[in-house]
Design a protein around this ligand. Structure first.
Ligand SMILES: CC(C)(COP(=O)(O)OP(=O)(O)OC[C@H]1O[C@@H](n2cnc3c(N)ncnc32)[C@H](O)[C@@H]1OP(=O)(O)O)[C@@H](O)C(=O)NCCC(=O)NCCS
Length: 171
């Protein structure tokens, strides 16, 4: 299913295929000072709990998102959009796909780490409803800068048995 942004750009979000990798690597190298290598992408997406999605506009791969699943949460490991297609809702379409997967019964939180100098990404995640929760000092092996831990959460559903036990305890 594709998403049409306010600027009229129609974005399709789908699973990443092996043949998308060269386009993804090009965006990665143009977007980051310390890009992931091809083998880092392959190692990551071959892990069973790691999912890679791409954003496609007019049949061209213009963005991607890699995330990891754990029992209660998702962690975004990498996300970028081709510079020529930014501010057209492509990044929003990718991250919104993950937000739509949240459920009170299971995975109710998305987290990610963003460099303190990456203000555009901080503003992007803030616009999507993420909040900065912690500063991670000396987080990166490549620079001395800190990271912000940002999260998007919905309220988890408390197991009714556990809620009843809690209610008895506090009666
Ligand atoms: C961060 C990134 C993925 C955003 O992708 P995008 O497709 O441009 O984002 P969207 O168009 O969906 O933006 C959604 C909203 O986020 C906010 N936003 C996005 N980029 C912003 C910027 N540079 N400055 C301020 N706000 C921004 C805006 O509120 C925007 O809505 P608007 O355009 O209607 O005002 C893109 O800038 C990018 O690839 N950056 C380089 C890689 C990177 O830093 N990745 C994140 C690593 S943690």
């Amino acid at each position: 299913m594709s998403v049409k942004s306010q600027s009229g750009v129609r974005t399709l979000v789908r699973w990443m295929l092996r043949e998308d990798l060269q386009a993804v690597l090009k965006i990665e190298h143009e977007s980051f000072e310390f890009p992931w290598t091809e083998s880092e992408f392959l190692a990551c997406i071959q892990r069973p709990n790691c999912i890679a999605m791409v954003a496609v506009v007019q049949e061209k791969v213009v963005g991607y998102m890699i995330y990891e699943m754990s029992p209660q949460s998702f962690q975004i490991l990498n996300v970028a959009v081709d510079a020529e297609y930014r501010r057209n809702g492509v990044g929003r379409a990718l991250v919104q796909r993950l937000i739509n997967k949240l459920s009170p019964q299971r995975r109710h939180k998305i987290s990610l780490e963003v460099r303190e100098t990456n203000l555009p990404a901080q503003l992007f995640f803030k616009a999507l409803g993420f909040q900065a929760k912690a500063i991670l000092h000396d987080h990166y092996p490549d620079t001395a800068e800190d990271a912000y831990l940002m999260t998007y959460e919905i309220a988890p559903q408390v197991n009714p048995g556990f809620r009843n036990r809690l209610a008895k305890f506090f009666r």
